[in-house]
Write a protein that binds this ligand. Structure first.
Ligand code: 5AD
Length: 344
């Protein structure tokens, strides 16, 4: 079918896999522009000005896993490892929420099991006592019992990517891990009532456009609330140091197609897209169907060591804070205007 007809069809029926592949395969400017603008229109029609900003606290860069692409992998030797204490974590969140207006916080770390489920639950409880905030946990693969404890302590969401839906590719990149286990855990979390943010990496070795279509279909079939897909970025301390980065164009196409398929989902502009596109990343993402941003709240002294990939973008957050752009909800029009001013 013709490209523009597929774009129209998404309003009245589910797109077929072949159609999704067709959308993701385009490299024509006119088609891409039409698709981004369609996604932006749908975002506006279905979510109006709803827009959200997440603050992320990266509280430990220790990891027991050995994912081939990740700078924090167990075998990365030149990483200065750190762990924030429970008090440091609670205080960073407290400051962000009570003094700076954040309403959504992501607590992220490597798969660091030295923070037991009890310790994490304690941190969550303390935060919830002190502030009104939505807490996402991004702490990797743990037992479902662990996730149950964190939910009972007050955690609201999880940020937990399946990384790729191509099983063979998944297994080649994640030694000792199982794709089925990961998806099963995700489904458990969903049953527990967690708000689910999940997604995948773009630009993995041998990954095809068919794989990416399946990744998006997987997110939808899981019934995720939030779609997080970012480009792979090579890291020197990993076996994938010389593998080329995922492309910004594919990332934007994925953002747009996700919006076409999941009109009400939250879709953040990922830090990885900002890293490969700098200032432009946010604008491009937000005009291709995304409606959310992630700000870094990790204390300065640790930030440089949370090196999932190099040169992680930190943005001109002062500008955002000056304009109060970090609040949970704000007029999208106003946001665009302020962004245009701020980044002139
Ligand atoms: N480039 C981009 N994203 C990466 N992640 C891990 N390593 C990289 C990399 N080199 C992503 C994974 C993980 C998230 C926290 O960071 O998708 O789920």
């Amino acid at each position: 079918a013709a490209f523009l007809e597929i774009l129209k069809a998404c309003h009245t029926r589910e797109l077929k896999r072949e159609e999704i592949i067709r959308l993701l395969s385009t490299s024509e400017d006119a088609e891409m522009t039409a698709m981004f603008s369609e996604a932006n229109t749908i975002r506006q029609a279905r979510l109006r000005d709803f827009f959200c900003i997440h603050g992320i606290v990266e509280f430990s860069n220790y990891c027991v896993r050995n994912c081939l692409y990740c700078g924090l992998r167990r075998d990365s030797k030149n990483v200065r490892r750190y762990r924030m204490t429970p008090d440091e974590i609670v205080n960073s969140v407290y400051d962000a929420v009570n003094h700076r207006g954040y309403k959504l916080i992501v607590l992220q770390s490597g798969d660091d099991l030295s923070y037991t489920n009890e310790i994490l639950s304690g941190i969550i409880r303390k935060i919830k006592e002190k502030c009104k905030v939505f807490i996402f946990m991004s702490v990797g693969e743990r037992t479902s019992e662990g996730y149950r404890k964190m939910k009972d302590a007050g955690a609201n969401g999880v940020l937990f990517r399946f990384e790729t839906s191509n099983k063979a590719l998944y297994h080649s990149l994640h030694p000792g891990q199982s794709f089925d286990d990961r998806i099963a855990l995700l489904m458990e979390m969903k049953k527990m009532g967690y708000f689910i943010a999940t997604g995948f990496l773009i630009g993995l070795p041998g990954q095809t456009v068919e794989d990416i279509a399946d990744d998006i279909i997987t997110i939808k079939s899981i019934g995720a609330n939030m779609v997080t897909a970012g480009p792979f970025i090579p890291t020197d301390t990993t076996p994938m140091a010389v593998h080329p980065a995922g492309s910004a164009a594919m990332t934007l196409k994925v953002t747009a197609v996700s919006r076409l398929l999941m009109p009400k989902a939250k879709i953040p502009v990922t830090t990885a897209l900002e890293t490969i596109e700098n200032e432009e990343g946010r604008r491009l993402g937000l005009s291709s169907g995304a409606n959310s941003l992630m700000f870094n709240l990790t204390p300065e002294k640790y930030r440089g060591d949370y090196r999932i990939y190099p040169n992680k973008y930190h943005g001109k957050e002062e500008i955002w804070e000056k304009y109060g752009l970090y609040k949970e909800t704000l007029s999208y029009k106003m946001l665009e205007k302020k962004m245009a001013e701020a980044f002139k």
